[in-house]
Unconditional design. Sequence first.
Length: 255
Amino acid sequence: MNTMIKICKRIVGGGMVDNIDKYPFMATLWYLDGSEFSFKSGAVYIGKKFFLTAAHCVKDRDPERTLIRMGSCRINGLPETMRVVRVYKHPQFNTSNLRNDIAIVEVDKEPSDKYFPVRLPCNHLVNHCYNVGDKVIVLGFGKENTRNGSQQHLENLKEVQLRIRRLSDTRYNRRIITQDMFLAGNYENGIVMDACTGDSGGPCIKLIKGNWVVVGIVSWGNGCGKIQYPGVYTKVLSYNTWIRQICGFSPCTNH
Ligand code: ARG
C-alpha cells in the first residue's frame, strides 16, 4: 500500500490490519521462484474453490507453480495454503492497455469455514458501487512507495480508505480509462493515498448494506501516490456474468 509523500512518511486514513478476522477473504498469490515460493500479488476469496485476482498477475504463469495463501495479516504466517489447479484469465485481457485485467483462480480444496468469501457485486447493486466520492477500502501487502526498489512487499497487511474519483478530475487520457475500470485515490493533509506495486490483484472493497463487496481489483496506475493519477481498478461488476458462469454461482449470491 503506498503513501508516496513529499512531506513525511506518515499514513493518514490507512494503517496496519491487526486481525485478519476483519477481512477473512483477503488472499495472496505465490509463485515458485527457484526452489521456494515467493509472494507475488493479492487475491480475494469469492466462494467454493475460487479466487479473483488481476490477469496481469497470472499471465505466463504455470498453475502448477502457483499457490494461494491466506489466513493472517502477517505475510510469513499465512496458515492456509492451497494449490492452484486452474487459472481462467479473462479471454479479452489486453496486455498493452490492461483492459479486462481480471482472472479467476481455482484451487484444489475449499478453504476452511472460517474464511468466508467476500460478496460479488451483482447487477441490482449497480447504483451503490461506483459513485464518485464513495468510500472504498484497498487491502494489500504492496510497497509503500516507488522507491526502495528491492523491498517488494510489507510484512503486515495494510488497509487504506480511498474515494472513487472522477476521470475528468485526473490527468489520465480519457481513451485509456474504459467503462470497465474505475479510479480511486485519496488526499489528506498533504499525503496521497494509493495502492502500489505488490497490491495488484488484491481487493478494493466497499461496505454495502452491512456486507463487504469486492467492487474492484487493483490493476495499475501511473506511478504510485500521484495526486493527478489515482489508482486504476478493474470494475468487478462488469464481469458479473463471466464470473458466475465459471464458478457456477447463482445470479445474486456467491453460491
Ligand atoms: N500493477 C501494480 C502491481 O502489479 C499495481 C499498481 C497499482 N498502482 C497504483 N498506483 N494504484 O502490483
